[in-house]
Design a protein around this ligand. Structure first.
Ligand code: S3P
Length: 466
């Protein structure tokens, strides 16, 4: 179940969260991880200097930044979210002296596989124990069809040895899984390919790569998105031109606060500048279907991405069957949504979400184990989970102690998965006893400063060294 243990990495720090309370005030969560990765990648191979603001200074996007520095790109910053990238042009990258270590970051590894498949030098991509066990054939197989030469382990995992490339050829690829990482990897390889590269998705997935390519002046054609997703095509042999990028606050990080404030009576919290790209808003749609009180305010455009402030207040939630079309639109938000389900009245059923098993941890198994520790019935399915909400158990004798408590306390192992750690931290808002969460170092991959920001909003969270 765990893919963080065994690599010798420290298993700390530990969160200890006191029960109860509510979330109030105004909060800006850090920059969007997906957009931050793409901003560095496209800026590095563009002509000209790109200024990025609101960049996520988390370990994952910093791993992408370090990879391009190692390939000869001059990058100033980050300083307070500002990064200046001196682009080297499409063919200006240089061979790195050592393997590129991408830590815990699947987005770095999968997107770089495509981008580096088109280079005239060889690279090796490595990562931590979790990343080294995640499936990479989903990118290496279609890239091989384009002419890329990428070696994986026998299990189809990292280390990845890439290139040097022969000529890449565009392909027309129908993705078997709805994955923005696969789509983006192929589009980045397509920049270097002869002819046209087209990728069809079985359901809509985040489209930040397409939007940002457009902002850098590379034409992208998209068939209209219907419920089966889009077909995206680009032609090889163009040029990217530097363009300023303002990164919205990450809706995937905001999700913990949306859930925390929803489950905690008396909460009234506004999240500022949150990216509300429609390929990412499943968490809003699902929480609203569960009865959450969410107001989307001040909608506006930030450099080609829609953003808004989101006001969330405590509400009585009810369990739902999660609509299949929302699953790819909320794929990173299920750890948080499972906590909402645990605090709802009635059962919540998730199906069609087998992808959760190959994220930074097996998020179905790890969440179920943690929920069970807190006294929540959680039945694991091959492709999802059934969670029996505790709101109808509130009045039951023997339910968690403490006024308004729905969940028990206890010690939960995040298995080194940032989103599991933050989800269980929010669960304490409705617990009857403290929740301790182990192995929280990787919270810094996507949300540096989470504990301090959450404490400022009212969560009783303290961080202890392991
Ligand atoms: C991401 C795509 C998603 C998501 C990940 C970030 C991206 O992965 O889970 O955190 O930035 O393209 P998949 O493409 O595997 O669904």
């Amino acid at each position: 179940m765990s893919r963080s243990a065994g690599d010798g990495a420290p298993r700390g720090p530990r969160f200890v969260v006191t029960p109860g309370g509510s979330l109030r005030g105004r909060v800006r969560v850090p920059g969007d991880k997906s957009v931050s990765h793409r901003a560095i990648m496209l800026a590095a191979i563009a002509d000209g200097e790109t200024e990025i603001t609101g960049f996520l200074e988390g370990a994952d996007s910093l791993a992408t930044l370090a990879a391009f520095r190692a390939m000869g790109v001059t990058v100033e910053g980050p300083h307070g979210g500002r990064v200046l990238v001196k682009g080297v042009g499409l063919h200006g990258l240089r061979a790195p002296a050592e393997p590129l270590d991408l830590g815990n970051s699947g987005t770095s590894m999968r997107l770089l596989s495509g981008l580096l498949a088109g280079q005239r030098f060889e690279t090796t991509l490595i990562g931590d124990a979790s990343l080294s066990s995640r499936p990479m054939r989903r990118v290496t197989e279609p890239l091989a069809r384009m002419g890329a030469r990428i070696a994986t382990t026998e299990a189809g995992t990292a280390p990845l040895r890439i290139g040097p490339a022969e000529t890449l050829r565009g392909i027309d690829y129908a993705m078997p899984v709805a994955s923005a990482q696969v789509k983006s990897s192929l589009l980045l390889a397509g920049l270097y390919a002869e002819g046209r590269t087209c990728v069809s998705e079985p359901a809509p997935t985040r489209d930040h790569t397409e939007r940002m390519l457009g902002a850098f002046g590379w034409p992208v054609t998209r068939d209209p998105v219907d419920r089966h997703g889009a077909r995206v095509c680009i032609e090889g042999g163009g040029q990217l031109t530097a363009a300023p990028i303002a990164v919205p606050a990450d809706i995937s990080s905001a999700a913990f606060f949306l859930v925390g404030a929803s489950i905690a009576p008396g909460s009234d919290l506004t999240l500022e500048d949150v990216g509300i790209n429609p390929t990412r808003t499943g968490v809003i749609n699902i929480l609203r279907a569960m009865g959450a009180s969410l107001e989307v305010l001040r909608e506006r455009d930030l450099g080609g991405e829609p953003v808004a402030d989101i006001r969330v207040r405590g509400a009585a939630l009810r369990g739902i069957e999660i609509p299949a079309d929302q699953v790819p639109l909320a794929i990173d938000e299920f750890p948080a949504l499972f906590i909402a389900a645990a605090c709802a009245e009635g059962a919540t059923l998730l199906t069609g979400a087998e992808e959760l098993r190959v994220k930074e941890s097996d998020r179905i198994a790890v969440m179920a184990a943690g929920l069970q520790t807190l006294g929540v019935e959680a039945d694991v399915r091959a492709d999802g989970i059934l969670i029996r909400g505790r709101a109808d158990a509130e009045a039951r004798p023997g339910a968690a102690a403490g006024a308004g408590a729905l969940l028990g306390g206890g010690r939960v192992d995040s298995h080194g998965d940032h989103r599991i750690a933050m989800a269980f931290a929010m669960a304490a808002l409705r617990a009857g006893a403290p929740i301790e969460i182990d192995d929280c170092a990787n919270v810094a991959t996507s949300f540096p400063g989470f504990a301090a920001l959450a404490a400022g909003a009212g969560l009783g969270i303290a961080e202890h060294s392991a």
